[in-house]
Structures are given as C-alpha cells and as structure tokens.
Design a protein around this ligand. Structure first.
Ligand code: NAD
Ligand code: 4PL
Length: 248
C-alpha cells in the first residue's frame, strides 16, 4: 500500500491466520520482506504463498527455545537480518475461572509471555549484531485494561507483555531499537470466529465509542505505522486500538 518499509525485513509470529496473517500481508504491501512464522507449518506456508515473492515461511513454536533457535538459524541463512519483529503468536482461550488450573496457567504464560521473551531475545540480539536499529511490536490486548472474563491467565500474560515492552524500550533505546505494544479490542479473527468469543461482539459493540466489528486490518494498519520511520520517536508505549471500548 506504500513503500515505507522497502528494504526492511520483518518477522511476524503466529502469521498462519487471523491478525498475524493480516499484519504479514500489510507489511509486505508496504515493501517489506516478511518471514511468516507459525506453529502451524501448513498455514504459515499458505500465508507466504498468498503474499508471493516477498514472503518466506519458517515454522516455529515460540514457547520452545530449540524451535526458536532453529527459526533464527534459518533467518540468518535465508535473510540479511531482521529490522521489524511482530510478536503476535498467542493462544486465545475461553475458560471459566473455575477451570483455570496450574497446567492451563503455565501453558498460556509459556506461549503468550515467555514465547514473546524467547523470540524477542533472539531477534534483538540479531538486530544489535547487524548494528542497524529495529522495531519490536508486541500484540497485547485491551483485556488487560478491562479484566475481561473467562481468560484470567491470558489477561495476566498480556499485562506481562506491556511490562516487558516498557523495560525493553529502556534497555534497547541506546541501540536505536524501539519497543511498543498494541492492545486490540475484540477482533473478528479466524480464532475468534471459531470460539465462544464470537458471541461477545454485541456486548463489546455496546461499549465501543464507534460502531462495528473489529477486523484484523484495523490492527495491521497500526502495526505498519509503528514499524515505519514516522513512529521513530515512539517507544515504551502501549497503543490501544479498540474503537474506544476502553478510554484511559
Ligand atoms: P488466532 O487464534 O486466529 O491466530 C493465532 C495464531 O498463532 C495461529 O495461527 C496459531 O497457530 C499461532 N500460534 C499459537 N500458538 C503458537 C505458538 N506456540 N508458536 C507459534 N505460533 C502459535 O488469533 P488472533 O485472534 O489472530 O490473535 C492474534 C494476536 O492478537 C494474539 O496475540 C491475540 O492474543 C491478540 N488479540 C486478539 C484479539 C481478538 O479479539 N482476536 C484481541 C486482542 C488481542
Ligand atoms: C475485548 O484479546 O480484547 C474478547 C478475546 N474480548 O481475546 C481478546 C475482548 C477477547 C478482547 C479479547
């Protein structure tokens, strides 16, 4: 849609479907080469194929250090480095509080928070080795502000992503690497459409300042801005993108 990311390489995790796929498509449309990663190898390849020549698919489980090491070995072999990291991969559970046990908690924290750390560690080390700055954009959720029901571990993990983003911005500013988070409201993604969250649109729309159902492109367009040079003076921030459902 623009050429503002020409010459850049982006890694988008969880890009087989939903918001991650829309982000990968938008960054490619802005001229970036996109590494499409997902635990779902087939879905990642489908996204890369749909994008065409500017995309390559490399499967990885963000919660598994060995899998992420393999991802970055392949990135180093097949690209000239990463300029933009989008931490999007996550599990979006719908689970009654009475069913939240330690195993569920550890699974959600392991993917949604620890996975963000594992990928960010490797990506920012690579950015620093290439000495050319960079962008870390992490997808949190407005559930952190709203305390949304039926996802307690998820809400905790998404708050962790915001805290991590603030610390990361402090640690990496001197290397010209920015770190920001986005908090989408309810978005009609592939995952949400197939889950009980799909029943919440009426309630969420009532809370929004503007009518309508959130779409993956609403998030992808803001990620594109945060990845661009226009956002160079923004770091450590959390941008809420939810049609005004939460005003803070
Ligand atoms: P989705 O379920 O449609 O897609 C998530 C993708 O992540 C899938 O392709 C899945 O295979 C992948 N994934 C899951 N675990 C993984 C792992 N361990 N390693 C690598 N990939 C993994 O979800 P979505 O709705 O598109 O959500 C995308 C992001 O947006 C997530 O971070 C989610 O928490 C966030 N978010 C979503 C909403 C919403 O309403 N849809 C709202 C706020 C925030
Ligand atoms: C408002 O991140 O932000 C449901 C499911 N409702 O995952 C989310 C809202 C969900 C959200 C989210």
């Amino acid at each position: 849609m623009t050429d503002r990311l020409a010459g850049r390489t982006a890694l988008v995790t969880g890009a087989a479907q939903g918001i991650g796929r829309a982000i990968a498509e938008r960054l490619a449309a802005d001229g970036a080469t996109v590494v499409v990663s997902d635990i779902n190898a087939e879905g990642g390849m489908a996204t890369a194929k749909a994008i065409g020549g500017k995309a390559l698919a490399i499967a990885a489980d963000v919660s598994d250090a060995a899998s992420v090491k393999n991802l970055f070995d392949q990135i180093e072999a097949k690209t000239d480095g990463i300029d933009i990291l989008v931490n999007n991969a996550s599990i979006v559970p719908f689970i009654a509080w009475d069913d939240v046990d330690l195993a569920h908690w550890q699974k959600i924290i392991g993917v949604n928070l620890t996975g963000t750390f594992i990928v960010t560690r490797a990506a920012t080390d690579l950015m620093r080795a290439k000495n050319r700055g960079g962008r870390v954009i992490s997808i949190s959720s407005n559930t952190f502000f709203a305390g949304t029901p039926n996802m307690a571990a998820y809400v905790a993990a998404k708050g962790g992503v915001i805290g991590f983003t603030r610390a990361l911005a402090t640690e990496l500013g001197k290397y010209n690497i920015t770190a920001n988070a986005l908090t989408p409201g309810l978005i009609e993604s592939d995952g949400v459409k197939a889950s009980p969250h799909n029943q919440a649109f009426g309630f969420v729309e009532m809370l929004q300042a503007m009518p309508g159902k959130g779409q993956p492109e609403h998030i992808a367009d803001v990620v594109s801005f945060l990845a661009s040079d226009d956002a160079r003076w923004i770091t450590g921030q959390t941008l809420n993108v939810d049609a005004g459902m939460v005003r803070h």
